[in-house]
Design a protein around this ligand. Structure first.
Ligand SMILES: [Zn+2]
Length: 75
């Protein structure tokens, strides 16, 4: 894989990754968002779907990079 391809994949990942949901009323914000949720009963886990979405993005990026075959390479 060329450095250019690697760069392009990284740019794609940056564009595809989602931020956790943040609401002006932080009661409704995702607990994993920067300021967290004001609702103590919301728990600590992501409830906006961003973690799940980003995990898929990372999995696809790993497939594109062929991580399994380049595990010895350093980034
Ligand atoms: Zn979230």
């Amino acid at each position: 894989m060329t450095d250019t391809t690697r760069d392009l994949i990284q740019r794609l990942v940056s564009l595809a990754r989602r931020e956790h949901y943040t609401c002006e009323d932080s009661w409704y914000s995702c607990p994993q968002s920067e300021d967290g949720s004001a609702n103590d009963n919301a728990g600590a886990k992501c409830d906006c779907g961003a973690d799940e979405h980003n995990a898929k993005v990372d999995a696809i990026a790993a497939d594109l990079r062929g991580d399994a075959t380049t595990a010895t390479e350093t980034q």
